[in-house]
Design a protein around this ligand. Structure first.
Ligand code: SAH
Ligand code: DHB
Ligand code: MG
Length: 226
């Protein structure tokens, strides 16, 4: 690693200019911290990118896999119109409770819903609901347990439409992603998801490395093809 301090200074500079916290974000992070949640929310500039992607997309329905305290959920939820819908999937009921309070304080409780349970179960249920009443998601943000990333990508393709976006977080992990022999289940899961991004006939994708307050990591972005 070269210059983490410089990266942080630049991140602080860019964040203050382009993604400054308002009361809802500050309170969400403060209460998440007070409840003992880990500091693994996206960086502010990354949250702003998710927000802009959703706005550019004209997203009306968003799916998030991995809520934590709802920090990224607020960024995404604020991109939706008043009749939009964001469903966020979270395994840990304590995280979900913190997130619901944070979303309510941000004024997003009417359009956001946090569903508690293993995401693979919730995704199967969402597919059942869509079989009854088709309502594909315009954007999916995958940011939960990395071991299941390939499954999450498969579900995301099923639950979206041509033109939808899929964002996959934490694809670099300090460079560990290049280790083809890794037996770390998270690395294997993320490599599997990236290989799907590359090979899936319905996906066109890229990935970007990032540095800053969250260290050296990255995200991948895919567009669902017809
Ligand atoms: N998107 C959030 C960060 C999510 S951290 C943000 O940027 O603000 C990852 C979250 O995924 C944690 O809250 C963790 O409890 C949750 N998680 C882990 N395994 C899961 C699973 N199998 N199903 C659903 N959520 C899971
Ligand atoms: C971890 C998870 C994340 O989603 C993230 O952005 C950073 C770290 C983790 O599990 O360590
Ligand atoms: Mg993440």
């Amino acid at each position: 690693m070269t210059e983490p301090r410089l990266w942080n200074d630049v991140d602080d500079y860019l964040t203050a200019l382009l993604a400054p916290p308002d009361d809802a974000f500050s309170a969400a992070l403060r209460d998440s911290d007070a409840a003992g949640l880990p500091h693994i929310n996206v960086a502010p500039t990354h949250g702003k990118l998710l927000h802009l992607l959703a706005v550019i997309q004209g997203a009306r329905r968003i799916l998030e896999i991995g809520t934590l305290g709802g920090y990224s959920t607020i960024w995404l939820g604020r991109a939706l119109p008043a009749d939009g819908r964001l469903i966020s999937l979270e395994y840990d009921s304590k995280h979900a409770e913190v997130a619901r309070r944070n979303l309510a304080r941000a004024g997003l409780d009417k359009i956001t819903e946090v569903r508690v349970g293993a995401a693979l179960d919730s995704l199967a249920k969402l597919a059942d609901e869509q079989a009854e009443n088709p309502a594909p998601f315009d954007l999916v943000f995958i940011d939960a347990d990395k071991v299941n990333n390939p499954h999450y990508v498969e579900w995301a393709v099923r639950l979206t439409r041509p033109g939808s976006l899929i964002v996959l977080d934490n694809v670099v992990r300090g460079g560990a992603v290049t280790d083809a022999t890794s037996d770390d289940p998270s690395i294997r899961g993320t490599r599997g998801a990236l290989e799907l991004f590359a090979s899936h006939p319905k996906l066109d994708a890229t990935a970007i490395q990032t540095v800053g307050v969250k260290g050296y990591d990255g995200f991948a972005l895919a567009r669902v093809l017809p």
